[in-house]
Design a binder for this molecule. Sequence first.
Ligand code: GLA
Length: 387
Amino acid sequence: MKEKVLAKFAEVFGDAEGAKAYFAPGRVNLIGEHTDYNGGHVFPCALTIGTYGVARKRNDNKLRFYSMNFEKLGIIESSLDDLKPYKEADWTNYPKGVMWAFGEKGMKVSCGMDLLLNGNIPNGSGLSSSASVEVLTGFILRDLFGFAVTNLELALIGQFSENNFNGVNCGIMDQFAIAMGKEGHAIFLDTADLSYEYAPVKLDGAKIVIACSNKKRGLGDSKYNERRSECETALAELQKRADIKTLGELNEEQFEALDGAIDSAVRVKRARHAVYENQRTIKAVDALKQNEIAFFGELMNQSHISLRDDYEVTGIELDTLVEEAWKIDGVIGSRMTGAGFGGCTVSLVKDEAIDTFIEQVGKAYEAKIGYAADFYVVEIGDGPRVL
Ligand code: GLA
């Protein structure tokens, strides 16, 4: 891939002299969904698929961007003097946002650059192609300009730019999982204080299978921000009766004891998901450590049901993929992953059942939804790097 992206860079920008190649992964979340902006736990891992990039500094303030995933868009130009989001700027609003965010944090990007990207994460799939581009851009800026930032800070800068430049009020999970990724491990992250632990994912005789619904979604036009504000309102209502800073501070019993504090049936469901999902995530990591993979899978299934019924972020596409998966012998657990409203499911599937899984879930999905899903057997990979 390194040779391929360097050759394309030379074709697009004249030559590749002095250009460097980089990679940042995508991520999949195993459990702990819509908990990261509620002070809860998440359990994502970086993947071996991700975004490849080639970058080179320029002698002027110009920014020239090219994506091999959107070749029709050609070179998109911008300038360091105009770091603002524009609709026409399309995907380049992500790298531009990160350049802007560095400036806001006192690290001004001092000259323009040419940047070529090529991702092998399916776009808009919920495997964090945008966070991958953000962390990759930050990693490149650190490398080219010598900014003194840790990988954790790269994650925070990526989230800051997504919140304030791209207008999506996302939590820290995606950027964290990507910036801090470790081969063979998932990251048990407490979003309340950013403490974390790497947990080995040893699935003897089973693999992680992603099913992509091909229902496109973008966080910006989804109900993501709406869910977040429903949780904030529920928290404010609970705070009249309980001394808590986040929903993640409550366990199931404490939440049930506050019955009546939330003044809307819908917000009760949203908060219940946030509380129960956080507790499920803690239990799931414990189960994995004890090698109780079947229980881990059971918790994944419960997570999906809660996202479907209480958080209401699944939809017929994701529900079909998951419900068809549950019918198959050898499926340890299956749930939607990421923000929802389209995107992907994640399943743990025994090796001998993978072919049947892809065939049967694929067939049933196409018959019901009218177009095909895509399947990926994935591996857990490392964080961003120079190639
Ligand atoms: C998106 C956001 C994350 C997280 C998930 C839901 O991926 O970017 O911060 O909230 O949705 O768990």
